[in-house]
Structure formats: structure tokens, C-alpha cells
Design a protein around this ligand. Structure first.
Ligand SMILES: NC(=O)c1ccc[n+]([C@@H]2O[C@H](COP(=O)([O-])OP(=O)(O)OC[C@H]3O[C@@H](n4cnc5c(N)ncnc54)[C@H](O)[C@@H]3O)[C@@H](O)[C@H]2O)c1
Length: 316
């Protein structure tokens, strides 16, 4: 098992072709770790995976295929980010959400057990706690998910905790805030920073669901990667967040300013399963892992707009 905060010589990153996972891969490679990516490319892109990493295209819910890849890789740590990560899709197809997020996690834990590998599991902060939790919400708050996605992440967390106790490997759970940054997909229904950036760049009208008032805890992907690395082998549950509550209308305002636009947004009600307010306390991660988010939201949004629009222009 790797020591606390150190990934060891070899790592598997599930979901490593996705937005956050591909940044984890880059950070591991920069640290000299050998990396195998497991991803079915359902939302991820092969182009997101650095050439030095090995990409294995497979579905996490297929245990035999996953076992073969992990047995060959013999990782000291598995960063488990592969997931059905959309609230809206989970409402439309809760069975598939459960297959990937719960059964897929069980498959990862079983493969990790054979190699004594520590697992770092990315759970959700926003979809876990519900509307009635005190804010900033601490990890001790009782989960109250409002969507199948939140329920599947909570169930998967239970398996991670149980496997930690049964097999004495310090698996960690990171409950992420609303992550934004380069490589986020602008074509999904989530990932508001990427969606707004794409629309503004095209001169199109964005929609403010919940009429702009819903709040989130926006955290930059570079900060999240540092948090996930710090969590290796630490054996706890941590919010990976900023503790700052920001209305979505403010995100649009900063992006409009960076884009040099003043497009009047459309207004619409919140969609099923979406929260009114969310803000997560990062204090436990600070005390136990020495981690704190360092990128200020406005600076991170402006940098993200520039990085995303450079890729939109290149793809055009
Ligand atoms: N982005 C956020 O704000 C946020 C917030 C909380 C938690 N998370 C969690 O972080 C993780 C990464 O999210 P992301 O934003 O990078 O999303 P993403 O969709 O970009 O990444 C998920 C990756 O998992 C892959 N995948 C999906 N189903 C799979 C399957 N059955 N087998 C193998 N691979 C599969 C996808 O192809 C994709 O590359 C997810 O576990 C998500 O639930 C994200």
C-alpha cells in the first residue's frame, strides 16, 4: 500500500479520459508514476489522455475485463473517477447509473483488494447533502440525496468504507464541490462554466436555471487534483471544496466580462434533482491532509474561459 499522500510507482485512473481524471493522469505522469487509464469513452475522449499513459477502453461494470487490466497493471493506488456523472441522466436511467456507479465501484474495490492497492474515490459533495443541510456543510452531515446519482454515490461510499474496514487498506473518499477548468465538456447538461463559455464564445444566449439564484461551491480542477493526491492512503472522507458559496449568476457575470459580451440570459426553473444551494466545508481536508484550494474563483474562471475558448477555436 502507498504511504499517505504518495501514489507509489504505478497507478490506475478510472475515468482518466474524462475532465477531472485526465488532469489526475497528467499530475501522476509529471511525478514519474506509470499510469493505466480505464475508460469506456462514454463521455471521455481518447485525446484527453496523455501519450505516456496506457489507455484501456472498457466498461467498469464488466468485472472480468476490469480484472484482467488491473491484474496486469498491479497498481499501488487506484484513482476511481469513472462514473455516470450526470444528475439528469441518472433521473432518466437510474439502473445504468447504479450499474456503473455502485457495481463498477464494487468491481474496482475487489480488484484493488487483490493488489493491496489504496483507492481514492471521487464522490459528490453537492448531490450528497440535500437542500436542508447547514452550510458550509461538513462531512458529518447526514446524506440526503435528491437524485439517483447522489444515491448511487452514497451507496458506493458505503462499499468503499466497508472494504477499508474489512481489508485494512486506507481507501479515501473525496466529496467534490462543483469542479470547473480546462477540458470540461461544454456539450453536457452539467458543467456550467464550460457550457456558458461555449455559448458566450459563439455569441449565443445562456440559460440560468433556477433563475440565477442557486448557489454552488466552485472549485478549480487543479486544486481538486492536489486534493486527490493528498488523500492517497489517508483513509477518510473529505470535502474537496472551497467553502465559498457563489450564485450561478455571478459565474455568468465574470465569464461575460472575460468574453466581452453582455448577452441577456434566458431564465428557467431548476431541473429535477438539482439543489437550490450548496457549499461544503473544506476544514477537515485542511486539518487532516494539509490541503486547501488556492485558486480564487474569478481568476480561475477567467483562465478557464481563455483555455476553453482556445480549444473551441482549434476545433472549429
Ligand atoms: N465535475 C464535477 O463537478 C464533479 C463533482 C462531484 C463529483 N464528480 C465526480 O468526479 C468524477 C469525474 O467526473 P468528471 O466531471 O471528470 O466527469 P467526466 O464525465 O468527464 O468523467 C467520467 C469519466 O468516466 C468514464 N466512464 C463513464 N462510465 C464508465 C464506465 N461504465 N466504464 C468506464 N469508464 C466510464 C467517462 O467516459 C469519462 O471519461 C466522477 O466520478 C464524478 O461523479 C465530479
Amino acid at each position: 500500500m502507498p504511504s499517505s499522500g504518495r501514489p507509489g510507482a504505478s497507478a490506475v485512473v478510472t475515468g482518466g479520459a474524462g475532465f477531472i481524471g485526465s488532469h489526475v493522469v497528467d499530475a501522476l505522469l509529471a511525478d514519474g508514476v506509470s499510469v493505466v487509464v480505464v475508460d469506456d469513452l462514454s463521455t471521455g475522449l481518447a485525446d484527453n489522455v496523455a501519450g505516456e499513459a496506457e489507455l484501456q477502453v472498457l466498461d467498469l461494470s464488466r468485472r472480468a475485463q476490469l480484472d484482467r487490466v488491473i491484474d496486469a497493471a498491479k497498481p499501488s493506488v487506484i484513482f476511481h473517477l469513472g462514473a455516470q456523472a450526470s444528475v439528469v441522466v441518472s433521473v432518466e436511467n437510474p439502473e445504468r447509473d447504479c450499474d456503473v456507479n455502485v457495481h463498477g465501484t464494487l468491481n474496482v474495490l475487489e480488484a484493488a483488494r487483490r493488489h493491496g492497492a489504496a483507492v481514492v474515490f471521487t464522490s459528490t459533495g453537492g448531490a450528497m447533502y440535500g437542500n436542508d443541510a447547514l452550510r458550509p456543510t461538513t462531512e458529518d452531515s447526514i446524506p440526503a440525496p435528491q437524485s439517483p446519482y447522489g444515491a448511487s454515490k452514497w451507496a458506493a461510499e458505503a462499499y468503499v468504507n466497508t472494504w477499508r474496514g474489512s481489508h485494512r487498506v486506507e481507501h479515501s473518499i473525496c466529496r467534490l464541490g462543483n469542479v470547473y477548468g480546462p477540458r470540461q465538456n461544454p456539450h453536457g447538461e452539467a458543467g456550467v462554466v464550460a457550457i456558458f463559455s461555449h455559448l458566450l464564445w459563439r455569441g449565443e444566449r445562456p440559460t440560468l436555471f433556477g433563475r440565477g439564484t442557486p448557489t454552488r461551491d466552485y472549485v478549480h480542477v487543479d486544486d481538486v487534483v492536489h486534493g486527490l493526491l493528498a488523500a492517497v492512503g489517508s483513509g477518510g472522507t473529505f470535502n474537496v471544496s472551497t467553502g465559498v458559496e457563489t450564485p450561478v449568476s455571478r459565474v455568468l457575470e465574470v465569464l461575460q466580462d472575460e468574453a466581452g459580451t453582455a448577452i441577456e440570459p434566458g431564465l428557467a426553473p431548476l431541473r429535477p434533482g438539482e439543489l437550490e444551494r450548496s457549499c461544503l466545508s473544506p476544514e477537515r481536508a485542511h486539518e487532516a491532509l494539509g490541503w486547501r484550494a488556492e485558486i480564487h474563483l474569478e481568476q480561475g474562471l477567467r483562465q478557464t474561459y481563455r483555455a476553453l475558448t482556445a480549444t473551441f477555436a482549434a476545433a472549429d
